[in-house]
Design a protein around this ligand. Structure first.
Ligand code: IPE
Ligand code: IPE
Ligand code: MG
Length: 247
């Protein structure tokens, strides 16, 4: 029996975010260089995106590269950037086939020109797809995103275009790169690490967190289904009492 049969289709998270971790350790298990793990992670991306779209999930955000990841050995960073170009190029057909729109968040201008070009092309080519949006977090830092929002708001206050009093959560959110995207209902992290690593700090205020020991290159459709079944067992109280939720 598949975990899929246990999913309540009326209670799907609208947005699933994933910290795709464990590629390096997966490669090590096979006695291979780290990039071997990154390459095998592509299949997990394809499977997860397909599964999410088939279920009817509207947004899938994938943490692919953090700003801190620039501090890795140059050879690994370069290989990752090349892999990214090839993957985006090759997988655009998967996006078309599954009616998926590609979006990206992060400091995209810090990416190599060719990577940015490939990414921009894929975003434009898939802009008309409406079944699901797949958001790639690339050169992403949540603290930077929040700091940038604060900076822009401070400039608007300084130039008297808005008053300090008008700054509220809605206004703040409108300056985040995720402004048109609902907050994730479910956040998954693979590889058995229990941390957030600078990902969507504002947006996950009330997300359900799910950690699995599976390494990212081993993550398959069934693993996504299992995470969703677990999500659906949780009681999301948003500060209220259990009695208030049930009634
Ligand atoms: C996640 O896998 C992919 C990226 C961060 C780019 P890692 O490369 O972090 O793999 P581990 O955590 O070292 O096993
Ligand atoms: C988080 O993984 C970033 C991505 C998955 C892209 P890391 O492997 O970089 O996180 P830490 O360093 O273990 O916290
Ligand atoms: Mg890691």
């Amino acid at each position: 029996m598949s975990w899929k049969d246990k999913i309540n289709m009326d209670k799907l998270p609208q947005h699933v975010a994933i910290i795709m971790d464990g590629n390096g350790r997966w490669a090590k298990q096979w006695g291979k260089p780290r990039i071997f793990g990154h390459k095998h992670g592509v299949k997990s991306v394809r499977e997860t995106a397909e599964a999410a779209a088939e279920l009817g999930i509207k947004y899938l955000t994938l943490y692919a590269f953090s700003t801190e990841n620039w501090n890795r050995p140059k050879a690994e960073v370069n290989a990752l950037m090349r892999l990214l170009v090839r993957t985006i190029h090759k997988e655009t057909k998967t996006l078309h086939k599954n009616n998926i729109r590609l979006l990206a968040i992060g400091d995209l201008y810090s990416l190599p020109k060719i990577t940015l070009q490939e990414l921009t092309n894929a975003i434009q080519d898939t802009a008309h797809h409406a079944r699901m949006s797949m958001v790639l977090a690339l050169s992403y830092s949540s603290r930077r995103e929040i700091t940038n929002a604060a900076k822009k708001i401070a400039q608007l206050v300084a130039s008297k275009e808005i008053t300090a009093d008008s700054v509220d959560q809605n206004l703040f959110e409108s300056f985040l790169s995720t402004h048109s995207i609902p907050d994730p209902g479910l956040l998954i992290r693979t590889s058995g690490e229990y941390r957030i690593s600078n990902f969507l700090l504002w947006q996950i205020a009330y997300s359900e967190l799910y950690f699995t020991p599976k390494l990212w290159p081993d993550f398959r459709k069934e693993d996504l289904y299992e995470a969703i079944v677990e999500f659906q067992k949780r009681e999301r109280r948003f500060g209220k009492t259990s009695e208030q939720i049930i009634k």
